[in-house]
Design a protein around this ligand. Structure first.
Ligand code: HEM
Length: 128
C-alpha cells in the first residue's frame, strides 16, 4: 500500500512539473491553449491528488512534520511553489510572470531534492 501510494505521489509530482513547464511555455508564446478549460482545471485536480497522497503517505509511515524537518520543509516549499505559480499566470507584468515561473521551477526541483535526501537543505547543501 505504501509503495503504491509513493509511486502515485511521485507520478502526480512529475505530472505537476511537466504541466507547469508546458503552461509556462504557452504563457510565454501567448498560446490560446492556456485559456482552455481542461488546461485550467486539470492542474488543480492533479495538485490536490499530489497533496492527498503526500498526507496519506506521511500518516501511514508515521512521519510527523514536527519530528522530521525535511517534511515540514516540503510542506512550506509546496506553498511557496503554489504562490509563485499563481503569480506566474496571473500577474499583469510579463517579466514578473516569467521570473515567478522560473523561480517556481527551481523551488519544485528543490522539493524533489529534499524528498530524496530527507534533508531540509536538499540541493542547497551544495552551496553550504
Ligand atoms: C511538489 C511537491 C512534492 C514533490 C515534488 C514530492 C516528491 C517526492 C518524491 C520524489 C518522493 C520519493 C522519495 C524517495 O523515494 O525517497 C516523495 C516521498 C514522500 N513525500 Fe513527497 N513530494 C512533494 C510534496 C510532499 C508534501 C507536501 C508532503 C508532506 C505531507 C510529502 C510527503 C512525502 C512522504 C511522507 C514521502 C515518503 C518518504 C519515504 O518513503 O520515507 N511530499 N515525495
Amino acid at each position: 500500500m505504501i509503495a503504491l501510494l509513493k509511486h502515485l505521489h511521485m507520478t502526480f509530482a512529475l505530472l505537476s512539473f511537466l504541466g507547469f513547464f508546458l503552461r509556462g511555455v504557452w504563457m510565454m508564446t501567448g498560446s490560446p491553449l492556456l485559456r482552455r478549460k481542461p488546461v485550467k482545471v486539470v492542474p488543480h485536480i492533479n495538485d490536490t491528488l499530489l497533496l492527498v497522497t503526500a498526507i496519506a503517505l506521511a500518516v501511514l509511515i508515521g512521519y510527523s512534520p514536527l519530528q522530521h524537518g525535511w517534511l515540514l520543509t516540503k510542506i512550506v516549499a509546496l506553498f511557496v511553489y503554489i504562490g509563485l505559480g499563481v503569480l506566474a499566470f496571473r500577474h499583469p507584468k510579463r517579466p514578473v510572470r516569467i521570473g515567478a515561473w522560473l523561480a517556481a521551477l527551481i523551488v519544485f526541483l528543490y522539493i524533489v531534492s529534499v524528498a530524496f535526501s530527507k534533508d531540509p537543505l536538499g540541493f542547497l547543501y551544495l552551496i553550504n
